[in-house]
Design a protein around this ligand. Sequence first.
Ligand code: BDR
Ligand code: CA
Length: 313
Amino acid sequence: MTTSRPQIILDCDPGHDDAVAIVVASHTCDILGITTVAGNAPLDRTTYNARVLRHMLNLDVEVHSGAGRPLVVPPVFAGYVHGESGLDGADLPEPTRAVDGTDAVGFIIDTVRAHPGCHLVVTGPMTNIALALRSHPDLGNDLAGISFMGGGTFGNRTPMAEFNLWADPHAAQIVVNSGLPLTMAGLDVTHQFQATPPRIERVREIDGQLAAVLSGLFDFFSANYSSRHDDMEGAAVHDPLAVLALTHPDLFTTESRFVDVVTDGEHTRGMTVIDRRTLIDRPAATCTVLVGIDADAAWDVTISAIRAGSANR
Ligand code: BDR
Ligand code: CA
């Protein structure tokens, strides 16, 4: 299997699946920093949760908080999926290290400048990234690309809109139209990667604090999904796929597509428009869209990451 160890900034809103993304990234990437955004929960809580993950992983990376609300639309959180804490389902340890800064946008700009060729991995609303690109339009010169979780040919917040892009559609439109190399882990692929009961059992069998906490988080997350859907065996573990797309590209099948984001409409706000036409004069592709995954192999990588992280503390 082809693997690489990219340098990344992980911009997230933990969130159960963001937590898994942090764990997977800690094992497979050089994390240059973790930045947080309001999304699944208010900013103070997503930032706290990122610190909890850093603590459990004994990870020496900076955590910077960023945007507390979307660019234009009012903030709406996802307590109905992740609980009011953003990480309901487990007793979380108290993190000992404080947040390193409250200017995630400035941190992203400085860190990208200092590490040309790094990637942004975005697993929450895209507010911080849009603000960085808007204030420094040439930032992309130093970026290898942006891998994000969001979008898809169907929605979860509305029939057509996935939560991250719905939560800040104006930010998403800026990022998706940035001209930078994009990789999109949308719902089409993330719904193929479910935390089924046998997969959660494999987490529970691992010794250590991290695995114990994660198995509680998976139980909560999957019970929530199973109770709210009539076709799912467990939660869709969306966010780590934006990491694995960079580190383990062989796990995926992809298509190159032109993608845009709609910013308004009751049903269409935050919807991705993915041009799948075969017309010869269709717009040039702007995005690598993940469409299929070897879910068992991806879970194996996730288990390896949890095992490694559980041995850290
Ligand atoms: C996305 O929204 C959040 O609930 C998850 O963390 C994921 O990033 C899925 O729509
Ligand atoms: Ca997320």
